[in-house]
Write a protein that binds this ligand. Structure first.
Ligand code: FES
Ligand code: FES
Length: 175
């Protein structure tokens, strides 16, 4: 069956099975492979995309469910070759590590800061705790998101709040 929706501002169509997940449709049909698939069970957050402004797990969403809706993937955050302020902050703070969880971290943080540009460090940790990272203690990631708030109209980072705690009790367990 055919499904039509918008991705990163572009109208697209894809031929899918009714059971095809949005994550597979994005990666296989549309070749938007920035969206990563880890657990495929809604646990890890690697597959997070933004659907009509809301961060959703694309592995738990069927492609047919986004008919007529507007999706932003990690590819849509940058402006051509120019990184978005959030992406630039991740690079500046060495928050990228191996990069597998990074697309989901970026889309989750982008959705958060779009709604809550003044999100506190604790709020950022709370939201990002739904995204599992096996590389890091989350501190650089939280610092990068704090630093990016100003680009969304929020406060400038004081540069210290991200050191207070890790975002997830599993941090570091995957080494
Ligand atoms: S791949 Fe979707 S939450 Fe893990
Ligand atoms: S950067 Fe490697 S899993 Fe998060």
């Amino acid at each position: 069956m055919e499904v039509s929706f918008k991705v990163n501002g572009n109208a697209v169509k894809a031929q899918v099975e009714p059971r095809t997940t949005l994550s597979l449709c994005l990666r296989d049909n549309l070749r938007l492979t920035g969206t990563h698939v880890g657990c495929e069970h809604g646990v890890c957050g690697a597959c997070t995309v933004i659907v009509d402004g809301e961060a959703v797990r694309s592995c738990l969403t069927l492609a047919v469910q986004v008919e007529g809706r507007s999706i932003t993937t990690v590819e849509g955050l940058a402006d051509g070759d120019a990184l978005s302020p959030l992406q630039a902050a991740f690079r500046r703070h060495n928050a990228l590590q191996c990069g597998f969880c990074t697309p989901g971290m970026l889309t989750t943080a982008h959705a958060l800061l779009t709604d809550e540009p003044d999100a506190s460090a604790d709020r950022i940790r709370e939201v990002l705790s739904g995204n599992l990272c096996r590389c890091t203690g989350y501190v650089p990631i939280v610092e990068a998101v704090l630093d990016a708030r100003a680009a969304y109209g929020g406060p400038a980072s004081d540069g210290a709040a991200g050191h207070a705690a890790t975002a997830n009790p599993t941090a570091g367990a995957g080494r």
